[in-house]
Design a protein around this ligand. Structure first.
Ligand code: MSP
Length: 684
C-alpha cells in the first residue's frame, strides 16, 4: 500500500491564522486529497507550536498564565482550517502530553548517544526567530535582519547539541537523497550553508521555564525548535481504523521499500534550515538511520497581498476565513493553489482572484457544465443520452484528455498544484472547443435519426469529460466537485485504499443517468459586484514596510492599526497660520473612485472619475501613477479638496479637485476611510 504523510509547520500561537499560514495548510490538504484519490493511505497533520520565550513573554504582558494563553490562541487555528475545507487527520499541540513524552524520549536517546554536553553559552538571540544569530548574520546595531529588532545577549548554562558532528553525515544524506530538499535552488542554499561548517547548537535554556523540561535537569527547558520539530513524529503514536499510525514513518511496515511511502514536510522558506538541517540531525543523533528520515522538505515562497508585504497589521486585515465566507472556500483555495507557483514567492491579488474566478471557474468550467446540462434537459428529458459511434474528433479529444490527465497527475506528484490545475482546466477548455466544433445546438434542430444519434454521442462525450473533471478538481475544490457530481447525477467520490480513482482518460456517465440541474456552479460576478467586493476586501495600502514583523509584544499580538513607518517630517514653519474662516472655505469631501486610467505620455498622472455624491462622477487628474496601478484604485475611497479651482493639464484635460495623499510620489499613502462613509460626505 502506498502511504503519503504530509505536514504543515505548526504555527506559533502569538499570531492569528492568516493568508500565509492558510496557504501551506490548503496546499497540504489538496495534496492529501489527491493522494487519497489515487488510492494511497494518506494522512495530513497540522497544529500549533506553543512553547518558547516569545510566547512566555506575550502571556506575561497579557497578565495570564502561558497555558491559559496558548489554550485561548490555539483554538482559532483548529477552527479556521475546516472553514477552508481543510480536513486534517490530526491537529497536534506541543503542550499535549503525547508530544511531551515523545520529545523527552527523543532527548534521552540523543543524550544516551553522547551528543548532548553541558556547558556555558553566550551569544545573540532573536526572540522573533527563536534562534541564535552569529555576528555575521546581524545588521549594524545588532539588528535581526528578518525581524528588524535588536537581538538579545544570552549567557547561561546550556546543553549543547553536537551539530558539528553531523556536517558530513548530512552532506552524505543530501547526496544520496537528492530530492530531500526541494526546490532545487533552496537545496543548493542549504548545501552551501552546511558545507561552510556547522556550529554546535544550544538546545536548552535556564532563564525561562515555558518549555518541555529536560529529563533529569528540571532547571532546563528544551530549545523550542528541538521540541517543535518532533511534532511530526510524536503525532504518529496510537492507531486509526487501518492500524498503527507509525506505519506512516519510514521504514514502512511489512518490508515495503522506502519509496512506497512518503513523508513530506511543507515549510516556508524562512524555516527551511531548521527542517533540512536540525531535524534530520536530531533524528540521526537519536539513532535513526538515513532510511528512517523524512522523505522530503519542500520550501514554498512568501505571499504578498495585493502587492504589499504581509506585515503584522496586514496579516490581521486579510482574514482567510472571512474571505472564504464571502467568496466560498473553493474560490479562495483555487486562487491559492492556481495563482501562486508553489516554491516561489507570489502575490495574492483580490482583483485577480475575482477575474480568475469568473474566467476559469465561471466561464470555462461552469458554462461548460451549464451548456451540456441545458441541452440535455431540453432535448433528452434531462437524462444522459447513449454514446453511439465515435468519429476521429472524439478520438482526438480522448487522447488529448489522457495526455492532460497524465500531466496533471505528474504535477500533483511533483508538488506543483498550480500546474496540476493548469492542465485540469485545459481539459475544460478542450470541452468548450469540442462544443464549438460539433455545434450541438445545430444538431438539436435536426430530426433525422443519424443526427439525433450524433447529438447523443456529442453530449455523452461531454458528460464523460465533465465526469473526469469532477474527479480532477476534487483535491483543490472538494465542495464544488461534490456539487458538480450531484448535478451530473453522480455520487461523490469516496477515496478507497489501494484503488486509484484518478481518471486515466475520458470518463463516462451511464446512459439514462438522471441529471439534477441546480443552476450555475460558479455564479459569476458582474462589474458592480466586483467593485463592491474589492471595496470591502482589499486592505488599505500601507506605508511600504521593508521588514517582516512577527510580534513578540502583546501590543502587537492583539489586532492593531496599521503602523506608520514612513519618516514623519517636521512641521513646515515657513507656512503662515491660516485663520479659521479661511480654512472653513475648503470643501473636503469623501470620494469613491469609479474609474482610473493612465494619462498618455505623463508618467505620474492618472485620470480618475470620482463619485462625490453629485449624481455624476467628476474628473480629477492626480499624480498617483508612480505608486498605484489604475486597477488598484477603482473602488477606493479618497479625500478630495472639492472646491479647488479647476486646473488645466493641457490638451483639454481639466482636473476638478485634488486628492489628498502623503509621502513621496513613488510611495504615496492614501488615508484610510471606512467603507460605511458615503461618497460626498463632508469633512469638518
Ligand atoms: N512555529 C514555527 C514552525 C515550527 S514547525 C516545526 C513557525 N511558526 S510561524 O507561525 O511563525 O510560521 C509558520 C509558517 O508561516 C512558516 O512556514 C512561514 O514561512 C509561513 N509564513 C509566514 N508569513 C508568510 C507569508 N507572507 N507567505 C507565506 N508563508 C508565510 O515558524
Amino acid at each position: 500500500m502506498r502511504r503519503f504523510y504530509v505536514t504543515t509547520p505548526i504555527y506559533y500561537v502569538n499570531d492569528v491564522p492568516h493568508l500565509g499560514t492558510a496557504y501551506t495548510t490548503v496546499v497540504a490538504d489538496a495534496l492529501r486529497r489527491f493522494h487519497a484519490l489515487d488510492g494511497a493511505d494518506a494522512r495530513m497533520l497540522t497544529g500549533t507550536d506553543e512553547h518558547g520565550l516569545k510566547l512566555e513573554r506575550v502571556a506575561k504582558e497579557r497578565g495570564i498564565a502561558p497555558k491559559e494563553f496558548v489554550d485561548e490562541m490555539s483554538a482559532p487555528f483548529r477552527e479556521a482550517w475546516p472553514k477552508l475545507d481543510v480536513a486534517a487527520d490530526d491537529f497536534i499541540r506541543t503542550t499535549e502530553s503525547r508530544h511531551q513524552t515523545w520529545v523527552q524520549d527523543l532527548w534521552k536517546k540523543v543524550a544516551a548517544n553522547g551528543y548532548l554536553t553541558l556547558g556555558n553559552y553566550e551569544d545573540w538571540y532573536c526572540v522573533g526567530c527563536e534562534s541564535f544569530k552569529t555576528e555575521k548574520e546581524l545588521e549594524p546595531g545588532n539588528i535581526c535582519p528578518l525581524h528588524k529588532k535588536p537581538v538579545e545577549r544570552v549567557k547561561e548554562e546550556t546543553f549543547f547539541f553536537q551539530l558539528s558532528k553531523f556536517q558530513q553525515p548530512l552532506l552524505d544524506f543530501y547526496a544520496s537523497h537528492p530530492d530531500f530538499i526541494q526546490p532545487e535552488g533552496r537545496r543548493n542554499e542549504v548545501l552551501s550553508f552546511v558545507e561552510a561548517g556547522l556550529k554546535d547548537l544550544s538546545v536548552s535554556r535556564t532563564s525561562f521555564s515555558w518549555g518541555i523540561p529536560v529529563p533529569g535537569h528540571p532547571n532546563h527547558v528544551m530549545y523550542v525548535w528541538f521540541d517543535a520539530l518532533a511534532n511530526y513524529r510524536s503525532a504518529l503514536q496510537g492507531a486509526d481504523s487501518y492500524g498503527d499510525l507509525a506505519r506512516f514513518w519510514p521504514p514502512y511496515a511489512g518490508g515495503e521499500p522506502v519509496t512506497a511511502g512518503r513523508v513530506l514536510h511543507l515549510v516556508g522558506k524562512d524555516i527551511l534550515r531548521f527542517h533540512a538541517i536540525f531535524w534530520p540531525a536530531f533524528l540521526l543523533a537519536a539513532g535513526y538511520t538515513t532510511d528512517q528520515l523524512p522523505t522530503q522538505v519542500f520550501a514554498h515562497g512568501f505571499l504578498t497581498v495585493d502587492g504589499q508585504k504581509m506585515s503584522k497589521s496586514l496579516r490581521n486585515a486579510v482574514n482567510p476565513v472571512r474571505l472564504a465566507e464571502k467568496l466560498g472556500a473553493d474560490a479562495v483555495r483555487y486562487q491559492l493553489l492556481r495563482a501562486i507557483a508553489f516554491g516561489q514567492d507570489g502575490d495574492f491579488d483580490h482583483g485577480a482572484l475575482l477575474e480568475r474566478y469568473n474566467a476559469d471557474l465561471g466561464k470555462n468550467l461552469g458554462n461548460l457544465l451549464n451548456r451540456v446540462i441545458g441541452l440535455t434537459v431540453k432535448n433528452f428529458d434531462g437524462k444522459v443520452p447513449a454514446r453511439g459511434e465515435t468519429t476521429p474528433l472524439e478520438n482526438e479529444l480522448s487522447s488529448e484528455v489522457s495526455k492532460l490527465i497524465e500531466a496533471a497527475k505528474a504535477a500533483w506528484f511533483a508538488v506543483e498544484p498550480h500546474r496540476a490545475l493548469e492542465h485540469t482546466f485545459a481539459i475544460a477548455a478542450l470541452g468548450n472547443q469540442y462544443i464549438d466544433r460539433t455545434a450541438p445546438w445545430a444538431l438539436a434542430k435536426r430530426t433525422a435519426p443519424e443526427d439525433r444519434a450524433r447529438f447523443g454521442t456529442v453530449l455523452a462525450t461531454l458528460f464523460g469529460l465533465l465526469e473526469t473533471l469532477s474527479r480532477l478538481i476534487g483535491p483543490a475544490m472538494p465542495t464544488k466537485a461534490a456539487a458538480m457530481r450531484h448535478q451530473l447525477g453522480l455520487d461523490a467520490v469516496v477515496p478507497t485504499h489501494g484503488e486509484s480513482q484518478v481518471p486515466s482518460g475520458l470518463g463516462s456517465i451511464a446512459e439514462g443517468t438522471v441529471l439534477r440541474p441546480e443552476g450555475a456552479l460558479f455564479p459569476t460576478y458582474d462589474k458592480d459586484q466586483i467593485k463592491a467586493l474589492l471595496d470591502e476586501l482589499v486592505p488599505p495600502k500601507e506605508a511600504p514596510v521593508t521588514e517582516e514583523k512577527p510580534a513578540p509584544s502583546a501590543s502587537e499580538a492583539t489586532p492593531s492599526v496599521a503602523p506608520i513607518t514612513a519618516a514623519v517630517p517636521t512641521l513646515d514653519e515657513s507656512l503662515p497660520a491660516v485663520d479659521y474662516d479661511t480654512f472653513a472655505k475648503t470643501d473636503l469631501r469623501v470620494g469613491l473612485i469609479s474609474h482610473a486610467e493612465k494619462v498618455p505620455r505623463k508618467d505620474k498622472l492618472l485620470r480618475l472619475e470620482v463619485d462625490l455624491g453629485e449624481g455624476k462622477p467628476r474628473q480629477i487628474v492626480a499624480g498617483l501613477a508612480l505608486t498605484f496601478k489604475p486597477e488598484d484604485l477603482v473602488g477606493r475611497r479618497v479625500l478630495v479638496v472639492a472646491n479647488l479651482a479647476p486646473r488645466d493639464f493641457g490638451k483639454g484635460l481639466i482636473s476638478h479637485g485634488m486628492i489628498l495623499a502623503s509621502g513621496p510620489s513613488e510611495a504615496l499613502i492614501l488615508p484610510t476611510i471606512d467603507a460605511s462613509v458615503a461618497p460626498g460626505s463632508r469633512l469638518k
